[in-house]
Every structure is written in structure tokens, then in C-alpha cells.
Design a protein around this ligand. Structure first.
Ligand code: ASP
Length: 335
């Protein structure tokens, strides 16, 4: 994709209705769009119950005993895939991690035929990551009514479980989302993380949402909530922020790097460092969804400092995915 082509997120149909069952309960998780403050809060409260302290045995339940979860990752993933895998196992599910390099989709099988094949093997939940937009929604629209689809990262469009784990992490450290000043810094244009986090933050009543990037990596206004402030000056964006989230440049989604600063210039202009964090609130937290490029979007020693909550985000990811899996299984059970 060149920067002159429209972003996929600009043309994505609204799938928020599709993810709810007739009784309003969460049946699939496709997007943060359209989820109410109560629904998000309920998911966060449920996630909190699955949080265990570092060094303690991981939280477990049998909520998915007898169920099968298939992880279909058609784009690279370390954290999210491992996190869904562990979450499903800790709930007692059978887990199928499909090897995409040998899957029949490579042989031309349509994604729906693949889903129907796995449905026939009693898979109940499909966790899907794809570089193309619209795939999780397409599957949800055509899958049988006894399965659930969870979006584990969709092009530049959505990453709802990442948004939930980010909200949980902020809530744990700040006690609330309401009224906070949150600065998201980096390649906003191509980031599904920024997009889903922005939607969740606005629904949860964030005080001020600042999206800070070089001009070439700024989001198109229609792809982010109208409440967001789109900024290019990092110093202005960091001032008094309670939460600072650094993002990586999503090179895999950019064909033409013209206008994008090189590594040294990027760090000098947009890198989050100890020195720059002095502009933020005294107790500000630093976040990053990973994978991190130390010395580019974030100073290495800041990533390892006490203001960094990056490993907490990873731990919370498992808890959030346990909460989402158990929620959609409850909805399927209530059919
Ligand atoms: N892991 C996140 C994602 O899948 C962020 C990133 O890749 O930069 O979108």
C-alpha cells in the first residue's frame, strides 16, 4: 500500500451489530465499535477475576471444558497467539493451532470452506488474524450459529482484545479511564491497536485523547473517533499526559516509505524517552503493544523502568482473552 491509497480502515463496514446475539449478549468479538460502556466494563471486570500475580499459579477454570478453540493466524503473531492459546487451555478447552504455511488456504481453499471443515470437527471458537480487512466479519456473517469468531488483529482496522487489555492495564494503574489524558504516539495511520484503543477510550469517557505522529503517519480523520486530537508535535502531545502509548512503524503495511523519518531522525523526533516523559504527568505510565523496537519508538531503559507497564499488558492479555472466551461460550450456551 502506498500512502496515497486509501487505508482499509476507511472503508470497513460497521460490524458492531453483527457481534451481538439477539439478546444483546456478545456472540463474536469483531470490533470495539458499538460496544457500550457497560459491556466493556463487564468484560474488564470479568478479566480482572482471571488476573493472577506474577510468580503465582495462573488462574484457571473449566468454563471451556469440552469446547474446542482454533487459532487461525494468517499473519505473524507471537504475543496474541500465545495468549489466546494459553487462555483457552487455562479454561480447559482443546486448542488447535493451525499451521498457516501448510493450511489448505495456501492451496486455494476459501476461508469459508476451511471454517466449514473445522466446524464439522466441532470447533466452537475461531480466533482469526488476517492481513486483509473484513475477514473476521465475513466469517461471522457466514458461519453456523453455534460458533463464535474472535478478531485477533485485522489489517489496520481492529484489534479488540488488545484494546481490552490496554483498558484493563490503564484501569489497574489509574483506577479509571474517565477524565484521563492519553497520548498514543507513532504510526497511527496503520495501527489497528491505535484505532481499537481510541474507540474504547472514548466510550469509557477519556478526558483527552491525543494521537501523535509524523504527518506521513497521521490517521485519516474518518478512521478515528471525532473526539481525538491529531497532533504532530510530540512535546505538545506529551504535556501532562497520564498515559503514553508508543507504537511501532507498521512497515509490513507500507510500500512507500517516502516522507517517513529514518530510524535516528524518528527517535530524535518521536521516540519516547525518560527525558521526554518529564513533560508528562509525574505518575504517567508508559505502554507498548509489542513487538517493541528499542531505540526507535521507545528508549530501551524507559521500557524497562518502573513507569513501564508493558509486561503487565502482556499478562493482562491472557486474562482478557479468558474473559472474552468464557463470555462468548456463555452466549452460545444460552442459544
Ligand atoms: N502486536 C500489535 C498488532 O498486532 C502491534 C504491532 O504489531 O505493532 O497490531
Amino acid at each position: 500500500m502506498s500512502l496515497t491509497e486509501p487505508l482499509k480502515s476507511a472503508n470497513v463496514p460497521d460490524e458492531s451489530e453483527l457481534q451481538l446475539a439477539e439478546n444483546g449478549e456478545l456472540r463474536h468479538l469483531l470490533t470495539m465499535r458499538g460496544l457500550s460502556r457497560e459491556q466493556i466494563t463487564e468484560l474488564l471486570d470479568r478479566s480482572q477475576k482471571f488476573v493472577s500475580e506474577p510468580g503465582q499459579p495462573a488462574a484457571r477454570s473449566r468454563a471451556l471444558k469440552g469446547r474446542t478453540v482454533a487459532n487461525l493466524f494468517f499473519e505473524p503473531s507471537t504475543r496474541t497467539r500465545a495468549s489466546f492459546d494459553l487462555a483457552a487451555q487455562r479454561l480447559g478447552a482443546d486448542v488447535l493451532n493451525l499451521d498457516v504455511n501448510t493450511s489448505s488456504r495456501k492451496k486455494g481453499e476459501s476461508i469459508l470452506d476451511m471454517i466449514y471443515t473445522l466446524e464439522a470437527m466441532q470447533v466452537d471458537v475461531f480466533v482469526v488474524r488476517d492481513a486483509d480487512s473484513g475477514i473476521p466479519g465475513h466469517i461471522a456473517r457466514h458461519a453456523n450459529n453455534y460458533v463464535s469468531i474472535l478478531n485477533a488483529g485485522e489489517s489496520d482496522v481492529a484489534h479488540p482484545t488488545q484494546a481490552l487489555l490496554d483498558m484493563l492495564t490503564i484501569r489497574q494503574h489509574k483506577g479509571r479511564i474517565e477524565g484521563l489524558t492519553v497520548a498514543i504516539v507513532g504510526d497511527i495511520a496503520h495501527s489497528r491497536v491505535a484505532r481499537s484503543a481510541s474507540e474504547a477510550l472514548v466510550t469509557l469517557g477519556v478526558g483527552e485523547l491525543r494521537l501523535i505522529s509524523p504527518p506521513a503517519l497521521a490517521p485519516m480523520p474518518q478512521t478515528v473517533p471525532a473526539e481525538a486530537k491529531i497532533l504532530h508535535n510530540l512535546e505538545d502531545g506529551l504535556r501532562d499526559a497520564d498515559v503514553v502509548m508508543a507504537l511501532r512503524i507498521q512497515r509490513e503495511r507500507i510500500d512507500n516509505l517516502d516522507g517517513i523519518p529514518g530510524i535516528d531522525e524518528y527517535f530524535a523526533t518521536y521516540g519516547i524517552s525518560h527525558a521526554r516523559m518529564k513533560l508528562a504527568a509525574r505518575d504517567a505510565i508508559v505502554m507498548h503493544p509489542g513487538p517493541m523496537n528499542r531505540g526507535i519508538e521507545i528508549e530501551s531503559k524507559l521500557a524497562d523502568s518502573t513507569s513501564s507497564v508493558i509486561t503487565r499488558q502482556v499478562s493482562n492479555g491472557v486474562a482478557v482473552r479468558m474473559a472474552v472466551l468464557s463470555t462468548v461460550i456463555n452466549t452460545l450456551d444460552a442459544r
